[in-house]
Design a protein around this ligand. Structure first.
Ligand SMILES: Cc1cc2nc3c(=O)[nH]c(=O)nc-3n(C[C@H](O)[C@H](O)[C@H](O)COP(=O)(O)OP(=O)(O)OC[C@H]3O[C@@H](n4cnc5c(N)ncnc54)[C@H](O)[C@@H]3O)c2cc1C
Length: 450
């Protein structure tokens, strides 16, 4: 139990991981580079600084997946949740916090903890061999020197510096009297069948109206330091393609070749394809639909696509500066780098998205590190819990070839055994099952530690 665990990055994930490791009996050295070196988004030197909004989103543990994640983290004695609850502000059903009070509270607990040492320094390369256990939690704006070292270790294409997210739709909200399953030219893919895609057809009028709406849609702004985003020709935003000409999308992601609408027996004028996004087949991403359109605009415009009139989006499209790993390929189910298991990753760099999700993965990384050190047979949380569903998605459930950052949402949970509940009923039942399974998991972890 002597050698300390080193945690790089004192953001949402690193602070939570440090707390979980220390409360589990490990000595912790937390390395945070601010204020000596700042990121383009952080404004101060506090641990767990919220770089933008002060909201942890919905706090409804019965009907909302992020609210459920809050509750699970509270039950797992999360420092981030404790500080958020202590500094919450009136915000209806959301959990909004006083960002300064919140960050100061997290920092105070860690500074005063006898097992935690905080070092204000940038780690500029891979951890030295004598660090037996390390958690890298350096976030979406990991400093370039460390990012380069991680990139060399993991391979050129395994660490991204921008996300290019296409919207993801809940399958149950797609109208299958209009949409149909078919692969282009009925071609069998590797490991798949000849009907792997969901297709939504547009006639000429619908297509022209769609292109016009995209051209006129309001865009989200890039931050100043993101403005020189280098678009790759292979993944241009749909609005950039729409600007290039009316036909560009129809010869790009909306091309209809090799597909026949079963209702007409003919190739449609244009179409939108959706590809399976998780092993459960509950989530489907709109192929090639990365976009900077504002979220409200995406919902309005994408619901004009036949078959998607009532689409519920698990996440909307976006393009941001974001450093993240291809976790499904690189990490095991305890968040360790397969190629170097003394290195764990946590937070946004693992390909989750959001303050709460980042802290949740920090919580798991801290607990996994403790279990490993005390030699416990420690199982990950069940996939029926929000913690387990998120972990499973980034390490196993998501398709490594198209992996993009993900928020917690009900599409990541396995179906209920009874299978037939819908809408709010399903959410309530999934949440009840999650909390019961989480309590059992926490109980068994406690027994194993005794
Ligand atoms: C501009 C921007 C706005 C965002 N807005 C929101 C939002 O409104 N709501 C939301 O839910 N999510 C938002 N996110 C997404 C994300 O949830 C947050 O970035 C979140 O803070 C991620 O938590 P983290 O712990 O993984 O990283 P961070 O909280 O960023 O923590 C990483 C820490 O590591 C430090 N660090 C980096 N490199 C090194 C190094 N080499 N050595 C030592 N220390 C290092 C950094 O200084 C930082 O303190 C935003 C992201 C960005 C970039």
């Amino acid at each position: 139990m002597n050698a300390p665990i080193h945690i790089i990055g004192g953001g949402l994930a690193g602070s939570e991981a440090a707390w979980q490791a220390a409360r589990g009996g490990l000595d912790v050295v937390l390395h945070e580079m601010r204020p000596a070196r700042m990121t383009p988004a952080h404004a101060g030197q506090g641990l767990a600084e919220l770089v933008c909004s002060n909201s942890f989103r919905s706090d409804d543990a019965e009907n909302n997946a992020v609210g459920l994640l809050h509750e699970e983290m509270r039950r797992a004695d999360s420092l981030i949740m404790r500080a958020a609850d202590a500094h919450k502000l009136p915000a209806g059903g959301a959990l909004a916090v006083d960002r300064h009070g919140f960050s100061a509270a997290v920092q105070r607990v860690l500074e005063e903890h006898p097992r935690v040492e905080i070092r204000r320094e940038e780690i500029t390369g891979l951890p030295p061999e004598d660090w037996q256990s390390t958690i890298i939690a350096t976030g979406p704006l990991t400093s370039p020197a460390l990012a380069d070292a991680v990139r060399v270790l993991t391979g050129e294409d395994a660490l991204a510096f921008f996300d290019a997210i296409a919207p993801i739709v809940h399958r149950e909200s797609i109208a299958f009297d209009v949409a149909w399953f078919q692969s282009r030219y009925d071609k069998k893919g590797p490991g798949g069948g000849d009907a792997d895609y969901i297709n939504c057809p547009l006639d000429q009028d619908q297509y022209c109206a769609f292109v016009a709406a995209v051209r006129e849609g309001q865009m989200a702004e890039f931050h100043d330091w993101e403005k020189d985003t280098p678009y790759f020709e292979g993944c241009l935003p749909i609005e950039v393609m729409a600007e290039r000409g009316v036909e560009t999308l129809r010869f790009g992601p909306m091309k209809p070749v090799g597909l026949n609408d079963p209702r007409t027996g003919r190739r449609p004028y244009a179409l939108v394809q959706l590809r399976q996004d998780n092993a459960l087949a509950t989530l489907w991403n709109m192929v090639g639909f990365q976009t900077k359109l504002k979220h409200g605009e995406q919902i309005r415009i994408f619901r004009t696509i036949p078959g998607l009139e009532n689409a519920q989006f698990a996440r909307l499209g976006g393009i941001h500066r974001n450093t993240f790993l291809n976790s499904p390929r690189l990490l095991d189910d305890r968040l360790r780098l397969k190629a170097r298991p003394s290195l764990r990753f946590a937070g946004q760099i693992t390909g989750v998205e959001g303050y709460v999700e980042s802290a949740a993965i920090g919580l798991l990384a801290g607990r996994f590190a403790v279990a490993e050190r005390v030699g416990e047979a420690f199982t990950p949380p069940p996939q029926t819990t929000a913690l387990g569903a998120l972990l499973n998605h980034i390490t196993r459930g998501a398709d490594a070839r198209t992996f993009q950052p993900m928020n917690i949402n009900f599409g990541l949970f396995p179906d209920l055994p009874e299978g037939n509940a819908r809408g709010r009923d399903r959410k309530k039942l999934v949440s009840q099952r999650a909390l019961a399974d989480l309590d059992q998991w926490l109980g068994s972890a406690r027994i194993a530690a005794e």
